[in-house]
Design a protein around this ligand. Structure first.
Ligand code: SF4
Length: 694
């Protein structure tokens, strides 16, 4: 029994975890949260929530929070508490000294998709207007950057096409590389409700996730593909649709580029893309691919939902393009019940990308080479903006190891735990002269930091998050920042310590600047959000109350663009030394690297990460249920307990990455998506052997 006090007031705000973006009433007594109650009028969640969001307030008050700024000369010295003024002065002097010695491009920023839109906008402004370069990147790099590329190329914008309500009109739902039950639980409930009413489900995933067969839901088809063969499966689906004449020619003629379609049709019609031709490669029976293609193309409204099992591959961008091709081929775009919907892992992945936190894009997805966009920001900010794209996260780390990149401001992101190939990340961080970590806790990256700036939790600041359906939700301050300042204020203080002269008094002023500079946000204001609860961008003169469905009359780019999707095998290959393929995912009660959820009541439900292994593979290695095993790849090794399960196929093993002691990213390698450098987290060749424990 949990004893709770009686609240004296409540404030509506937004969950800080996944891309569903549930609205909550934070019930308060004095300056303490008594409980979080899902808000019935929240348009993304309609009164529902999951176990993560309900207990999220626990980490805000956790004893591990650092509340005072700290500095140290070298990473071998002990931390010294100091004042905000001295810490920011120390950071600013070091960054300036680095630029004086190594040049303008020698410093940069990594920000987080857990930050608000307003914070993210300020961080990219800090980089472009104060640092004088475009070396700004976001953790969206390591999750959904291929969505940005793939949907941008085919449809003209990097965003999910539907609202969550749309699933209630779907007849066929395709879930690819996502596990909504664990990753996006409130959306999963709505999806399951629709499936119970008769919609058909196709799951494309190496693992037999809960949706494949649970008490009330059963997938019509489970394409249990071999990790790394997404492109071959998606192209085989298109092959069936084109060669069996199942495409929607009227839609293609009216909405897409016909010449490009013909080129694509010729490509996918080649017999080498037939399901029978790729059966041995993908491990999926040809008959299953044919049946799934016929169902998606002919079963009524077809909706595709996908996750990181699509993007975190060396061909992540190609698979996103392939998914967009499928939707255009069948006319499943531009009306309720259809569409292409990336399920965003973090609460503000969409907003982080919208706000210009990639090194090649200004806010609103305008390339830094775009003269008119650059000139608009230059005149507003009174600076010159570098027309050359900056460094991506892996480029920053490579340049650090090589000696040309020396200073990093890392806001809300633990790159040492969350980025691949931990040894390389550590080498990059160790080679820098100034690493500034701005976070709630002393995370793993902070081991390599010279300045620690304590962050504020989502309960302590105003702002907005944009969820997976482009819905801009208000985040409201329910208590004073325990560290003294909200995160947007800290970024402003750092900018001013470097001579910027910014004077924002409230995040609503930052949103006003976003609206003035970013066409898809032109109509957004805090007044509107308070009045409507939330709106979906584009929100402007043409759509003053937002846009639930995109591409209804035409694509953002004009005509939809078909692009060939040639399968290229990953370089990460199994062999005698590393005979199994490791893939990774999440569990319901935990969130990402667990920095927050491990500091809430949720920790009791998932105290450790385990390795799922098929009983056949376990028997070959003499491994029994609960045994310790050593998991090794060419990048590194770790030790964890084995769980024997047929959820994974023979030849495939699986783990989560919520606990630092698991060190899952010691195992993952440095291969990445060809277009965006999104790491190939989902395919690592490994060996598993019985172990005595850590
Ligand atoms: Fe909603 Fe996601 Fe938060 Fe759960 S974690 S409450 S589904 S936003």
């Amino acid at each position: 029994v949990i004893e709770i006090g009686t609240p004296d007031r409540s404030i509506i705000t937004t969950c800080a975890y996944c891309g569903v973006g549930c609205s909550f009433k934070a019930e308060m007594r004095g300056d303490e949260v008594v409980r979080m109650v899902p808000w019935k009028s929240g348009k993304a969640n309609r009164g529902h929530s999951c176990v993560k969001g309900r207990f999220a307030y626990g980490y805000a008050a956790h004893k591990d929070r650092i509340l005072k700024p700290m500095v140290r000369e070298t990473i071998h010295d002990p931390w010294q508490e100091t004042t905000w003024e001295q810490a920011l002065d120390f950071a600013a002097r070091r960054l300036r000294a680095i630029q004086d010695k190594h040049g303008r491009q020698s410093i940069g920023v990594i920000t987080s998709s857990r930050c608000t839109n307003e914070e993210t906008y300020l961080v990219q402004k800090l980089t472009r207007a104060v640092f004088g370069n475009n070396n700004t990147d976001t953790c969206a790099r390591v999750c959904h950057s291929p969505t940005g590329y793939g949907l941008g190329q085919t449809f003209g914008t990097s965003a999910g096409t539907q609202d969550f309500d749309s699933v209630e009109q779907a007849d066929v739902v395709v879930v690819i590389g996502a596990n909504p039950t664990d990753g996006h639980p409130v959306f999963a409930s709505r999806l399951k409700k629709r499936l119970r009413k008769g919609a058909k489900l196709i799951v494309i995933d190496p693992r037999r996730i809960d949706l494949v067969q649970s008490p009330h839901v059963r997938a019509a088809h489970h394409l249990a593909l071999r990790p790394g063969t997404n492109v071959a499966v998606v192209t085989a689906l298109a092959h069936v649709i084109v060669t069996e004449g199942l495409m929607n020619e009227k839609f293609i003629r009216e909405r897409c580029d016909w010449d490009e379609f013909q080129d694509y049709a010729e490509f996918v019609s080649d017999p080498r893309h037939a399901p029978e031709a790729v059966e041995a490669l993908t491990g999926v029976p040809a008959a299953e691919i044919r049946a799934a293609a016929r169902l998606y193309a002919g079963g009524g409204n077809g909706a595709i939902y996908y996750g990181l099992g699509v993007t975190e591959h060396s061909q992540g961008s190609t698979t996103v393009i392939g998914i967009a091709n499928l939707a255009m081929l069948t006319g499943n775009i531009g009306r309720p019940g259809v569409g292409v919907n990336p399920l965003r892992g973090q609460n503000n992945v969409q907003g982080s990308c919208d706000m210009g936190s990639f090194p090649h894009e200004l806010p609103g997805y305008r390339h830094v080479k775009n003269d008119s966009a650059r000139e608009m920001f230059e005149s507003l900010w009174g600076v010159k903006i570098d027309p050359e794209p900056g460094l991506r996260i892996p480029n920053m780390l490579d340049a650090a190891v090589e000696g040309s990149f020396k200073g990093l401001y890392c806001q809300g992101e633990d790159i040492l735990q969350s980025d691949p190939d931990t040894k390389h990340v550590a080498a990059g961080l160790a080679a820098m002269d100034c690493v500034i970590v701005h976070d709630l806790f002393l995370n793993e990256t902070a081991n390599y930091a010279h300045v620690f700036l304590p962050g504020s939790s989502f309960l302590e600041k105003d702002g907005t998050f944009t969820n997976a359906e482009r819905r801009i939700n208000r985040v409201r301050r329910v208590m004073a920042p325990k560290n003294g300042f909200a995160d947007w204020q800290i970024t402003q203080m750092l900018a001013n310590a470097m001579g910027a002269g910014w004077s924002y008094d409230h995040p609503s002023q930052i949103m006003a600047e976003i609206a003035a500079t970013t066409p898809s946000f032109a109509g957004v204001s805090y007044d509107l959000l308070d009045r409507e609860g939330s709106v979906q961008w584009p929100c402007n003169d043409a759509h003053p109350l937002g846009t639930p469905l995109m591409h209804t009359d035409g694509f953002m780019r004009g005509r939809g663009k078909f692009i060939r999707t040639e399968y290229v095998a990953t370089d990460e290959k199994t062999g005698p030394r590393f005979p199994l393929l490791l893939t990774t995912g999440r569990i319901l009660s935990q969130y990402n690297v667990g920095a927050q959820t491990r500091r809430t009541a949720n920790v009791v439900w998932h105290p450790e990460d385990v390795l799922e292994i098929h009983p056949h593979d376990a028997e070959l290695r003499g491994v029994k249920q609960g045994d310790w095993v050593r998991l090794a790849s060419r990048a590194g090794e770790t030790t964890l307990r084995a769980t024997l399960t047929e959820r994974v196929s023979p030849g495939v093993v699986y783990t989560t990455f919520h606990h630092p002691q698991t060190q899952a990213n010691v195992i993952t390698t440095d291969f990445s998506d060809w277009a965006t450098n999104c790491p190939e987290y989902k395919v690592t060749a490994v060996q598993v052997a019985l172990s005595n424990g850590p």
